[in-house]
Design a protein around this ligand. Structure first.
Ligand SMILES: [Zn+2]
Length: 112
């Protein structure tokens, strides 16, 4: 069940990433934000820069999400899913339900 949710999330994030970024061929799992092209007028160029900055911010958020999801899926395969990466205690099922890509327990997450 959780796995399905994760795979669904993964697909959606990859789809979203594809619209604003391109896969980096040198670094696996890395994306580069695409520079948009609206036109050649000065106001269009200004919009492009604004949009590009938005994309830069969004693409790194999505990239981290994707990384966490892949991480969670790999752990499911390895049978270590649901164990906190920091304190090695089990993550509560409630937290996993709400946030399947969680890699640390609530206690550790709140410690920041
Ligand atoms: Zn913990």
């Amino acid at each position: 069940m959780l796995r399905k949710g994760l795979e669904q999330d993964k697909k959606e994030i990859e789809k979203e990433l594809k619209t604003i970024a391109v896969k980096d061929k040198k670094v696996k799992g890395d994306y580069d934000a695409k520079f948009p092209s609206f036109g050649t007028k000065p106001d269009e160029n200004a919009m492009e820069v604004t949009e590009y900055h938005d994309r830069l911010a969004l693409h790194s958020t999505l990239e981290v999400d994707l990384l966490n999801i892949n991480n969670a899926l790999a752990k499911m395969k390895a049978g270590t899913y649901g164990v906190c990466e920091k304190c090695a205690r089990p993550i509560s099922p409630k937290r996993l339900q709400a946030f399947p890509r969680a890699s640390i327990c609530l206690k550790c997450a709140q410690k920041k």
